[in-house]
Design a protein around this ligand. Structure first.
Ligand code: SF4
Ligand code: SF4
Length: 455
């Protein structure tokens, strides 16, 4: 099969891909002794617990109900007993409410779930409801509730649906394995998404050139369907929504715009798989494919893991570490988040967990900027990263909006190339947080003024 070829034009880098688990088929991680299931595994308000300590639950049973439209349901990943409801370590780096379940080993589904149906018999409303009920969220890392993404404002017409098969972060291979091993399901999930829009949208699959086998398997599953396959250059951050849309359609998302403003809707591979599971098999989101890798992990694997499984249990299943590490990262090495505890659980957005010893890198200290401009060259968003850092370090974070700092997608390309080893993304995140606090304070002030009694 011949593929079209494409990429984004502005910036980008070529870090070593380190896809150490590329050839490791998905294995099933056995059920651990305890599952710690956070009520917040998505963007938006955390779910509210609807079970009590001591309750017996079945797999797929609702244990946390969405608190509003921009929120997501949470389900029991297996059958067992509720042991605890309370705060626990969370991959966000904070403590958050979680429900601890002791599995009973039966792994029994809740009655009425796990039933195969023909999705083509369902109406659009029924499909959206199944996806919402199942608690599906963007599984590439963002965690945006999928039912919200699939319900754009009525004045925004979706004419292009895109499958993001780039998986451009080094080390991560769980999407790649899904495309190889579950290609029919992934393509069906994509068709389900496309069926929600009228007139029928153009459907495009973008896969990086370093995943030739995935191009073939998805190509086979998409044969005789109205789906275009595009081979993308292997370049980071090819999987960024804006970069992908530009590469595949030539459309540019301006500042402040979202993909639906240019008629596009992007879904990640794991999300499409979860959409198919929820619609065609009535299975709520209770497990996911995750890569466990890094040079210091003894047996690196791609695993089917139940949500709530703690990293410490997976580490043991993978044979432990070959030596002490100083970085545990959830996500990829470019955009992932360093963790402070091995007790954090796998959530809906955990695409990968990396065990890394960065001692050598640690010996490099943040040095003054030499104005080489390399960070500007590689920035895919057209930022001036050195200037953003300058302002943030000098406590001028409140001036940053005028420099367009919100455009920064925190891809880490600037930090990767900086010869002075400046912690650019760290400072940009800091500046964003300061600005968010200033904005919240201003909003509260305005609301208070509005409430003051008139003289
Ligand atoms: S982290 Fe932000 S500033 Fe740095 S290259 Fe990526 S988008 Fe540009
Ligand atoms: S890459 Fe580093 S040293 Fe070069 S201009 Fe950017 S911040 Fe300064």
């Amino acid at each position: 099969m011949a593929f079209k070829k494409s990429t984004f034009k502005m910036g980008g880098i070529h870090p070593p891909d380190n896809k150490l688990t590329r050839d490791a088929p998905l294995e099933v991680m056995p059920l651990p002794a305890l599952l710690v299931v956070p009520l917040n595994q998505h963007i938006g308000k955390p779910a509210k617990a609807v079970v009590s300590v001591g309750d017996q639950v079945k797999r797929g049973q609702l244990i946390g109900t969405a608190d509003g439209f921009v929120s997501a349901n949470v389900h029991a990943p297996t059958s067992g007993k509720i042991k605890l409801i309370g705060r626990a370590v969370h991959p966000s780096g904070q403590y958050a409410e979680a429900i601890t379940i002791e599995p009973d080993g039966a792994d029994e589904w809740e009655a009425g779930l796990n039933q195969v149906c023909n999705w083509r018999d369902l109406s659009c409303e029924e499909i959206r409801k199944r996806i919402q009920d199942a608690g599906v969220v963007g599984m590439g890392g963002a965690g945006f509730p999928t039912h919200v993404k699939l319900s754009p404002p009525s004045n925004k017409k979706i004419d292009t649906v895109i499958l993001n098969g780039a998986e451009c972060e080094p080390f991560l291979t769980s999407d790649y394995r899904l495309m190889l091993e579950k290609s029919e399901e992934v393509v069906r999930g994509l068709e389900i998404v496309a069926s929600l829009f009228n007139p029928t949208p153009r459907v495009i699959v973008g896969i990086e050139a370093n995943k030739k086998n995935a191009l073939k398997s998805i190509g086979k599953a998409a044969l005789h369907k109205q789906i275009e396959l595009v081979e993308l250059d292997t370049k980071y951050p090819q999987g960024g929504e804006k970069q992908l849309i530009t590469a595949l359609t030539g459309r540019v998302i301006a500042d402040g715009q979202l993909p639906f403003d240019v008629g596009c809707l992007v879904q990640n591979v794991a999300t499409c798989f979860a959409i198919d599971e929820s619609v065609s098999k009535l299975r709520p989101l209770t497990e996911r494919a995750t890569t466990f890798s890094g040079f210091e992990l003894k047996n690196r694997k791609n695993l089917w893991v139940r949500l709530g499984t703690r990293i410490v249990d997976v580490m043991e299943f993978c044979g432990g570490l070959t030596r002490k590490i100083n970085q545990l990262i959830v996500g990829g090495p470019m955009m992932g988040r360093a963790q402070f505890s091995f007790d954090i659980p796998v959530t809906k957005t955990t695409s990968g967990v990396l065990f890394i010893d960065n001692t050598e890198l640690d010996s490099f200290k943040d040095r003054p900027c030499i104005r080489c401009g390399r960070c500007v060259e590689v920035c895919p968003q057209g930022e001036l990263p050195w200037l953003l850092v300058d302002k943030a370090m000098r406590q001028h974070a409140d001036q940053l909006p005028s420099y367009g700092y919100s455009r920064c997608m925190e891809c880490g390309s600037c930090s990767f190339v900086c010869p002075a080893k400046r912690e650019i993304v760290h400072w940009i995140k800091y500046a964003k947080a300061v600005n968010a606090r200033i904005a919240a304070r201003e909003k509260a002030k305005m609301e208070t003024v509005g409430k003051e009694p008139k003289a």
